[in-house]
Design a protein around this ligand. Structure first.
Ligand code: CA
Length: 364
């Protein structure tokens, strides 16, 4: 906005206020008070993921001057279990959910793309696709089948390979391994012979401690340290193939969303995007410090060997190929791949080349 139009608009705003003070009608300036019930996939206070839900609710309240209130129901408070969170919103029992959409690949396989897929995008690539290259439009298209209006509303950053009782020397070590990993990544591990389970975060520690599972992925150093997996095993793989930048979703029942004022709809959209950035940086800023503490406490931070990565890649491609008979999955996959290829080409020539040189010159 140039200075002249700013002054003009400021004058209009002052006039509107004066008219309001004089008791004239104030057309649609004050939206009515609304309250939305939000169910979440997370236990109350769960590091990072519940924080994102809370941050979103606080932001919405702040930008709407308290006219739109989000009443958060943590896991177990209104409904329990991952499917119930989805069902509560599609049935209208609750107004919105905060969850990871890949929990709902059983409802539609394309939901996977809006959290993370194996060998998919890092957060900057995800944002490029979602906000500029058609990703959000596809999120709405998948949601439309269930009456949901969805926005990304959180991001854990690149997730770790996870915790194991024994080191992984070759892909054969996954054969017969009981491992917790949701989404299409879990299906890829199944191709390597693993017995894969999708457990909610709240049940993982107990399952690992009791030996019900041999290993687990959760999120990364910070959230995993809070979960306490280092008390059970010291073998930790820092990089994983399955969730290179896991996004979280705020999904609203579309009938409810469409009845909100345009300002409240925009508040949800804007605060979801703001939460996406806030959440991503919350994870990134905490992970390095947490990893240092874990290593100081005796945790071995390892990387999978190249031939294990090759096996992850082959299995992941098989899983993606198996879903291509679903037209919307195929369309979303192709859109994502096209965007990822384009952004990777420029990223490699710009930020990757730059940080390599910066590290060489400055050591940081
Ligand atoms: Ca995970």
């Amino acid at each position: 906005m140039d200075r002249r139009s700013f002054i003009k608009n400021a004058g209009l705003a002052a006039g509107a206020t004066a008219a309001g003070a004089a008791g004239l009608s104030t057309p649609a300036l004050s939206a009515g008070k609304e309250k939305l019930t939000m169910v979440t996939a997370w236990g109350r206070g769960l590091a990072g993921v519940f924080d994102a839900a809370q941050h979103f609710a606080d932001s919405v309240s702040a930008v709407t001057d308290g006219t739109l209130e989000i009443d958060i129901k943590a896991s177990g408070e209104l409904v329990s279990g991952l499917p119930a969170v989805f069902d509560a919103v599609t049935s209208g029992q609750a107004d919105m959910y905060h969850a990871a959409d890949y929990y709902y690949v059983g409802q539609h396989p394309a939901f996977a793309f809006f959290t993370a897929v194996p060998f998919g995008m890092v957060p900057s690539e995800m944002h490029n696709w979602y906000y500029q290259m058609g990703g959000h439009k596809l999120h709405l298209e998948v949601g439309e089948e269930f009456g949901l209006t969805s926005f990304l509303g959180g991001n854990t950053g690149p997730q770790a390979g996870g915790w194991f009782r024994k080191e992984i020397k070759s892909a054969k070590d996954f054969n017969g391994l009981k491992f917790r990993m949701p989404g299409l990544g879990g299906k890829a591990l199944g191709k390597l012979g693993a017995s894969v389970q999708t457990l909610p975060g709240s049940e993982v520690y107990q399952a690992l401690a009791s030996g019900a599972i041999d290993g687990t992925e959760w999120i990364g150093p910070w959230a995993d340290e809070k979960a306490g997996f280092q008390e059970i095993t010291k073998i930790f793989y820092t990089s994983g193939f399955h969730e290179p930048g896991a996004a979280l979703t705020v999904a609203t029942n579309s009938d409810r969303f469409n009845k909100l004022s345009k300002a409240h709809q925009k508040a949800i959209e804007v605060c979801a995007a703001e939460t996406e950035q806030w959440s991503l940086t919350q994870f990134l800023s905490n992970n390095s410090l947490a990893l240092k503490r874990l290593v100081d406490g005796g945790v071995k931070a390892l990387e999978f060997p190249d031939d294990v990565w090759d096996a992850f890649g082959k299995a992941s491609k098989e899983v993606m190929d198996e879903n291509m008979d679903n037209a919307l999955f195929k369309k979303t996959y192709e859109s994502m791949q096209n965007s990822m290829k384009l952004s990777n080409e420029w990223n490699t020539l710009s930020s990757v080349a730059y940080t390599k040189q910066r590290t060489r010159v400055l050591g940081a």
